[in-house]
Ligand binder design. Structure first.
Ligand SMILES: NC(=O)c1ccc[n+]([C@@H]2O[C@H](COP(=O)([O-])OP(=O)(O)OC[C@H]3O[C@@H](n4cnc5c(N)ncnc54)[C@H](OP(=O)(O)O)[C@@H]3O)[C@@H](O)[C@H]2O)c1
Length: 322
């Protein structure tokens, strides 16, 4: 049996340690991937905490719901896994095995760390804006949580789809700077003690008339404030609760302008559909039209990187180099 280095969660609730683990063998219909880059995402942290709606994962297991690497013939690919959601290992190891139908072929020249950093966060931003949000060219879009990976990707994807103006909202000056770099036309500061009225006024002052579509990965006060600046028939698509699980929504705000409050999850896509979207995104990444802040960290330093990503004090997505 050949062995490899792998990040291993055991037990759930503790950061992974790097251990020797058996190299997985590809079965019928599967491919083995030599992993080059694996991001530490909010979904990885949530699943490994044992508190997600997927339940406590069977351990020990290798975390990592997505990664980038090469097939045996050298072809660069992106791949998703079920690690932490179903029994089985993920991407944070030298090798991973997944169904052949789930991989996205990548352009040879594309930066593996960048694809890994954007991955499913960009897939979510893409489908939330264009599918659930029905973004139409010429519309004004507001992106909440704009310093996160979903937020930075959403700003660029809204522009790629012809948004006339993209307004961004973020907390720290570093997050606001990331939103600027992603191409936001205006950036609004969000403060911890903001109430709905105060933040809605600030958003309204920065907007160029009524907003058509809000991309919301955070919920809470910011989502309630964002609803106030939507025009008639405006849409808010929620895809996360980074700020709060609940929000102080007012019936009058929603009904008076026939607003639509919508939800989105990547789980509604099959792995093959996720891979198809990553292939499309990889074209934009390779062409320099889509990027994001990330920090490359060696696999051996996963425990410290895991804790820093969980604490949120990182300049961008942490991507493990494998
Ligand atoms: N539905 C889906 O399929 C799907 C897919 C991907 C991600 N998500 C979810 O979307 C959310 C963002 O993901 P991400 O990849 O962008 O994460 P990330 O890169 O780690 O960024 C963290 C995000 O959370 C925000 N945030 C964290 N704590 C906050 C607080 N106390 N108050 C307000 N904002 C806070 C940050 O806002 P600032 O910019 O202001 O710092 C930033 O936007 C996560 O909850 C994630 O689980 C959902």
């Amino acid at each position: 049996m050949s062995v490899q280095r792998a990040a291993v969660v055991d037990p759930p609730g503790r950061p992974p340690r790097v251990l020797d683990r058996a190299v997985p063998l590809a079965g019928e219909g599967q491919v083995r991937i030599a992993v080059t880059a694996a991001p530490i995402t909010p979904l990885d942290l949530l699943c490994a905490s044992g508190t997600s709606y997927f339940g406590v994962p069977a351990s020990p297991y290798v975390p990592g719901v997505q990664g980038v690497g090469r097939l045996d013939d050298g072809t660069p690919v992106w791949f998703p896994t079920d690690a932490g959601m179903k029994p089985g290992d993920g991407s944070m190891a030298e090798h991973a095995v997944v169904p052949a139908t789930d991989v996205a072929m990548l352009p040879e020249a594309v930066d593996h760390h960048l694809v890994a950093a954007l991955g499913l966060s960009a897939v979510a931003a893409w489908h939330a804006l264009t599918g659930r949000g029905q973004l139409v060219a010429g519309e004004q879009v507001l992106v909440l949580g704009a310093g996160g990976v979903v937020g930075q990707a959403a700003i660029q994807i809204a522009k790629l789809h012809g948004a006339r103006r993209v307004l961004a909202a973020a907390r720290s000056t570093a997050a606001q700077e990331r939103a600027h770099r992603a191409g936001a036309d205006g950036v609004v500061a969000v403060y911890p003690d903001d109430d709905v009225d105060t933040l809605a006024r600030r958003l309204g002052d920065a907007a160029d008339g009524p907003v058509d579509l809000v991309l919301d990965p955070i919920f809470g006060v910011a989502a309630a404030a964002a609803l106030r600046v939507l025009g008639i028939g405006g849409r808010l698509v929620n895809l996360g609760s980074a700020a709060a699980e609940t929000a102080p929504l007012h019936s009058a705000t929603i009904r008076s302008r026939s607003l639509r409050v919508l939800g989105y999850t990547n789980s509604e896509l099959t792995p093959a559909q996720q891979a198809h979207t990553v292939s499309e995104l990889a074209g934009h990444i390779a062409a320099g039209r889509l990027t994001v802040a990330f920090e490359a960290v060696p696999l051996e330093a996963v425990a410290d990187a895991w804790q820093r990503q969980a604490a949120g004090n990182v300049p961008g997505r942490i991507v493990l180099t494998i």
